[in-house]
Design a protein around this ligand. Structure first.
Ligand SMILES: CC(C)(COP(=O)(O)OP(=O)(O)OC[C@H]1O[C@@H](n2cnc3c(N)ncnc32)[C@H](O)[C@@H]1OP(=O)(O)O)[C@@H](O)C(=O)NCCC(=O)NCCS
Length: 396
């Protein structure tokens, strides 16, 4: 047993397959990504609602079914007045991912299905979360900016509604298509850190909201969903392309990571980056500010060259690299980039929570419970001697 454990010890579970799933396949060697058997390149042509339906219900909807699903989401898009009132009490500097994470259990307080465990009830909870995530993020941004939240529009789809509630203006077709596709590309990615966190919580039979709150917390980290904001901060700090080579060398010399590069699963470029990069270029040209896209390109090529020379290895570009400039072109504030990731990924988390709860891909649900190896002190031959408080001396 100990021999078996050693293989995975302190590896961050890289290369360890821990569960079956019917939701997503990531082929890191060949740069292939499929949601429920469909290639990401094809799904990128679909709307977020179609893809969310695919993830939750396991098939692509017919036009009639899609209409019904859109109506359900439209009916769930508003958030409770109590949640808006609570958001108004938060300090304006609160981090948007903390706000989103805090809002999830508050939504649970208002969910009439919260103690239900049937598949239908869990699916309703999933739809409510998918519908409400953009509303929470947009409402928070307006509240912290001293503005009233904008109510969702029944006329607009999921992606357009987010930009509308954020800016108070109906977005044009190009912006709507860009954010819609970005949401599709980020909707699911198998057992990534946040999905694993959500599934781990769901495996204890905790409810959908508890699992999703864990997912949001995990996504907030810079090595996961936080990378897109870090990429944009890097681009803004650099300001122009002429400093790129010096910057990349200095970062690698200092042993720091360049955000948006590298991946725990892909050995080759992340296929989503290849879809999103031309979208960023097109938007950059439309808004007449191509430099953020061009700098990204230059950093990618320079870092890849330097990496190859130094380490004799390739470093892949990941999805966060070009989503950064894309969101910036869409006028989304940099600290909302990671919440936008969450707005997309909620569909994947929900599908995984359901799969976990109903053992959708495995013979029966399993409580995740790995083991650890104790490497701490015993301060004695086998264990520490317990000294009563009154007799204890200061140790430091
Ligand atoms: C995503 C990430 C955590 C995956 O890491 P991983 O699979 O565990 O790979 P490691 O961190 O062990 O990296 C392997 C080697 O590549 C280097 N490396 C990986 N990503 C790097 C990056 N972005 N910049 C510079 N070097 C990088 C590591 O330093 C390591 O070098 P070493 O072998 O000399 O120690 C890592 O690539 C990273 O931190 N990237 C930046 C953050 C990011 O963009 N996250 C979003 C992911 S979608």
């Amino acid at each position: 047993m100990e021999e078996d454990c050693k293989i995975t010890l302190n590896t961050g579970l890289r290369g360890v397959i821990i569960a079956n799933t019917r939701i997503c396949e990531v082929d890191g060697k060949n740069g292939r990504l499929l949601y429920r058997g469909y290639k990401i390149q094809d799904l990128a042509k679909a709307s977020y609602e179609e893809v969310a339906h695919l993830l939750l219900y396991e098939y692509l909807p017919s036009p009639e079914e899609l209409k019904g699903f859109r109506l359900k989401l439209a009916g769930e898009r508003s958030i409770p007045a109590e949640l808006i009132a609570a958001l108004k009490t938060r300090p304006v500097k609160a981090l948007p991912m903390d706000i989103l994470q805090a809002a999830v259990p508050m939504l649970a307080h208002h969910d009439p299905d919260i103690t239900e465990s049937s598949r239908e009830a869990v699916l309703r909870m999933a739809q409510r979360l998918i519908a409400k995530f953009p509303t929470i993020v947009a409402a928070w941004h307006r509240i912290r900016s001293g503005m009233e939240p904008v109510a969702p529009s029944p006329e607009l789809g999921h992606a357009a509604n987010f930009l509308y509630m954020l800016n108070g203006r109906v977005p044009n077709e190009t912006a709507t298509r860009a954010i819609d596709t970005a949401l599709v590309l980020h909707a699911e990615h198998a057992f990534n850190a946040s999905t694993f966190a959500a599934r781990e919580v769901a495996s204890t039979q905790a409810h959908m909201y508890a699992a999703v709150a864990a997912g949001v917390g995990s996504l907030s980290g810079a090595l996961h969903g936080g990378a897109n904001a870090k990429v944009m901060q890097m681009l803004l700090t650099l300001g122009s392309a002429d400093k790129v080579a010096d910057f990349v060398n200095a970062e690698l010399d200092a042993g720091r990571k360049i955000f948006g590069l590298g991946h725990a699963v892909y050995d080759v470029d992340d296929p989503r980056a290849h879809i999103i990069a031309p979208m960023s270029k097109a938007l950059g040209d439309i808004v007449g500010e191509p430099r953020w896209y061009e700098m990204s390109r230059q950093i990618e090529h320079t870092a890849k060259d330097i990496f190859r020379k130094r380490k004799n290895a390739d470093i892949p570009v990941n999805v966060d690299f070009y989503s950064a400039s894309l969101y910036y072109y869409l006028g989304i504030p940099v600290d909302l980039f990671t919440p936008v990731f969450a707005i997309a990924r909620i569909a994947g988390w929900a599908a995984h929570v359901i799969e976990e709860q109903f053992a959708g891909a495995a013979p029966k649900p399993v409580l995740y419970r790995p083991e650890s190896q104790y490497v701490g002190d015993y301060c004695g031959p086998e264990e520490c001697e317990f000294i009563p408080l009154e007799n204890r001396k200061k140790s430091g």
